[in-house]
Write a protein that binds this ligand. Structure first.
Ligand code: G
Ligand code: MN
Length: 410
């Protein structure tokens, strides 16, 4: 959930602090986090420098107003510091030159104390009163949500950064099996994040913190290390979203054996400029790179992707393949893609084939190759890679196996 108040370039926290400053008319308004014995300034509005305050800077909690305010030892509103013996004794009063103070504690939505939202002036503020504290409390409710969201995103960015910094991506391969020959025609490289969780979740998290391109790039770099496991005529398929493909492929491709690579463009994102992708990929295709549209039928604009990019391969999403033997609508949808592939001279791969019935149905509808748990689950084991690379019986092996948990449930 993005903070509801952060629609513009200005972050939600900054905006609320600015509003507080505009309304109170005090010298400085700030949000501070209490952490490690300090109050660390997270957002400021006003003449921060004259108070010795800056974003990211800190003052010790000891000697400050705010911790005493949160415990009720001093009032929320102190119109004239000089008339309050308790705050006169605090080092902050003289160090920062505080003449007036208003502050409220900030709580996160889970009830944890985060820190404080405060206003300071150098001179006394005779008309500062309880309403000003109430106003800050109201803003504090919204700030709590914004701060929790900022904190969540910060931790998420750190987790994704850690994956990037430590190369904590594993590549699983999964074979794509030709339905005529029973041989593995390609292996798809699938990123796995042992320290993080499900790949689609990790990619979504990376997207949210602006690191998706970096994660995709690292995944491709690691996938390319597996090229040697392939036999001569087999292809390694890597996944990229359109924007990353546009910027990464031309640079990465230079010294790669492109005739052994398939670029799967995921269709979860809209494509802004087809002509640009077409032009960037054209010289690479001339050198043997195969272009696949991934997850066709699942999301955004697969027909448009296909018509504009004229891929070598159309990979049909499991959304269409699942239970296709029982669903005439899904069979029609698949047939549409098969006819389209015939028109553009491409091949069709059925993704996520889990049952013999699904396999038999897609084969009967003219699909060229299949991928899915029925044939082989993705694996990170080099023994599997070697077996898939050389096997001529992947299809018959799958059909000979007794149906297991991946098979038809009923
Ligand atoms: O978007 P793309 O098609 O590249 O993603 C493939 C994902 O689908 C991988 O995470 C892979 O583990 C998963 N997958 C592969 N085969 C099957 C299958 O037969 N059934 C299901 N449900 N998922 C599969
Ligand atoms: Mn894919």
């Amino acid at each position: 959930m993005r903070g509801a108040l952060s629609g513009t370039g200005e972050g939600g926290v900054d905006r609320l602090v600015r509003l507080a400053h505009d309304h109170l008319g005090m010298g400085l308004v700030y949000v501070a986090e209490f952490t490690g014995g300090n109050q660390v300034y997270r957002a400021v509005a006003g003449d921060a420098a004259s108070f010795g305050v800056g974003v990211g800077g800190a003052h010790p909690l000891d000697g400050s107003y705010c911790p005493l305010m949160t415990t009720g030892e001093i009032a929320n509103v102190i119109p004239d510091s000089a008339e309050n013996a308790r705050v006169q004794a605090l080092s902050a009063t003289s160090d920062m030159g505080i003449g007036a103070y208003v502050g409220v504690p900030l709580y996160l939505p889970n009830g944890d104390l985060y820190g404080s939202l405060c206003g300071l002036s150098h001179a006394p503020e005779g008309d500062l009163n309880a309403r000003d504290a109430k106003f800050l409390s109201l803003l504090g409710e919204f700030l709590g949500e914004e701060l929790a969201e900022e904190r969540r995103l910060g931790q998420q960015r750190q987790a994704v950064r850690h994956v990037l910094d430590t190369n904590a991506i594993q590549i699983a391969l999964q074979p794509v099996v030709d339905l005529l020959t029973g041989r593995c025609v390609s292996m798809e490289a699938l990123a796995r994040f042992p320290s993080m969780g499900a790949p689609d979740v990790v990619f979504a998290q990376a997207e949210e913190v602006g690191l998706r391109a970096e994660v995709e790039t690292l995944a491709v770099r690691k996938a390319l290390e597996l090229l040697p496991v392939l036999e001569g005529d087999q292809s390694l398929a890597v996944n990229l979203s359109p924007d990353v493909a546009l910027h990464l492929m031309p640079r990465t491709a230079i010294d790669q054996p492109l005739h052994q690579l398939t670029l799967e463009i995921t269709e979860h994102a809209a494509v802004e400029n087809y002509a640009e992708i077409r032009e960037q990929v054209r010289p690479l295709r001339e050198r043997g790179l195969q272009l696949a549209i991934d997850d066709a039928g699942a999301g955004f604009a697969s027909l448009r992707h296909i018509i504009e990019l004229q891929p070598d391969i159309i990979k049909i999403d499991r959304a269409i393949i699942a239970d296709i033997d029982r669903d005439p609508g899904r069979r029609s949808a698949l047939t549409t893609f098969v006819l389209l592939a015939l028109d553009i001279g491409g091949k069709v791969v059925a993704e996520g084939v889990e049952t013999r019935q699904e396999l038999a149905t897609v084969a009967s509808l003219g699909v060229d190759a299949a991928q899915g748990y029925l044939l082989a689950r993705p694996s990170t084991d080099p023994t599997d890679f070697a077996r898939w690379a050389s096997s001529t019986t992947l299809l018959s092996d799958a059909l000979a196996r007794p149906a297991d948990g991946a098979g038809r449930k009923t």
